[in-house]
Design a protein around this ligand. Sequence first.
Ligand SMILES: NC(=O)c1ccc[n+]([C@@H]2O[C@H](COP(=O)([O-])OP(=O)(O)OC[C@H]3O[C@@H](n4cnc5c(N)ncnc54)[C@H](OP(=O)(O)O)[C@@H]3O)[C@@H](O)[C@H]2O)c1
Length: 383
Amino acid sequence: MEYREFGKLDLKVSALGFGCMRLPVIDGDNARIDEPLATAMLRRAIDQGLNYVDTAWSYHSEQGEPFVGRVLQDGYREKVYLATKMPSWLVKSQEDLDRYFDRQLERLQTDHIDFYLLHTLNAGYWENYLKIKVFDWAEKKLSEGKIRHLGFSFHDRYEVFDRILNGYDNWEFCQLQYNYMDVEEQAGRRGVCEAAEKGLGVIVMEPLRGGRLAVQNPPAPVAEAFSRGTRKWTMAEWALQWLWDQPEISLLLSGMSTMEQVEQNLRSAERSGIGSLSEDDRETIRQVQQAWSGLAPVPCTSCEYCMPCPNGVQIPRIFKLYNESVIYDRQQRGQNAYKNDLSDDQRADNCVECGQCESLCPQSISIIQQLKNAHAYLSGGTA
Ligand SMILES: NC(=O)c1ccc[n+]([C@@H]2O[C@H](COP(=O)([O-])OP(=O)(O)OC[C@H]3O[C@@H](n4cnc5c(N)ncnc54)[C@H](OP(=O)(O)O)[C@@H]3O)[C@@H](O)[C@H]2O)c1
């Protein structure tokens, strides 16, 4: 196993961490972890030197933490840094913080958490945490040794990331969604570099975009771009090595769901290292990025010049959903998100064709027509 520096902390983490959000389950039921298999997977990885295990209050319908607590019996707890997270959407007071934290220690059968995160921070949760004085609470836990290191995971825009990163002086690490297709999404590469520059450990989550960058049958342009590379790596390995090559990254979490994936990713980690990609390899990834992006039906860059729409239509969000659903062949998921995450008046069929957006779009997108296409696709039609 390769080990890496972790920000300013005097410790080393394995290049590969185990993300316990996608463990194997029985009959597709997320609450029923296949315990014998998942236990064997985690312990195999730890036996091979993996030393960072990430879980959260909510994973596997709240069965994740109790399961991880059981896996880490028999001497395994001492071999790893254990990470879990405060469920930001549930806490309204300091009493809540205490209640969830105490319960987590019980579930995980431990007296301390090595890496504790405020889970999935966004602008709203951040404001709430400031209101309930979360840092007074956390610093008490740190001084008692119940939390060893404090950080946050993040899902929002870069500007919000910047505010949170600079809104507290003693962050020790952060956990970001980052992969070769999310270079400009969320905190993005800018956020990764800024955090590393400040001396935080940077943990990558969703290194394979939740599996979308490691599909069995990639679209032809993507497969062709990979085949022009000189390495005979799997899609997963390309994505992981692209991350490990970067000095700003401390470790990456993989949500492995089969033993085969564990074995493959352990082997990849073994071969990893800062600066291990050649210029040819980086060029291959650039071509792959272009191949994926070229599959998008709308060349929208989410610059938001078109916003606000006078009629409330969420133009960039709709195009993003449309593009992602087409690129990664996930129409059903796109349809669900279109139905559940947008209100009636935000959807594309609320467009009254005033055309204000088209006159503002730097990409000259035929927004009115593309909104019709997006609506048809996200309501059940074809791209
Ligand atoms: N704090 C937060 O807000 C937050 C949010 C997201 C994730 N996380 C954490 O970060 C971890 C990592 O994120 P993630 O689970 O999305 O990671 P990921 O690595 O992007 O996606 C995991 C999926 O990739 C596929 N995969 C993994 N290894 C593979 C291989 N060698 N070959 C082919 N496919 C492979 C599997 O998909 P299939 O099952 O389809 O085969 C697996 O379920 C999570 O498990 C969780 O611990 C935290």
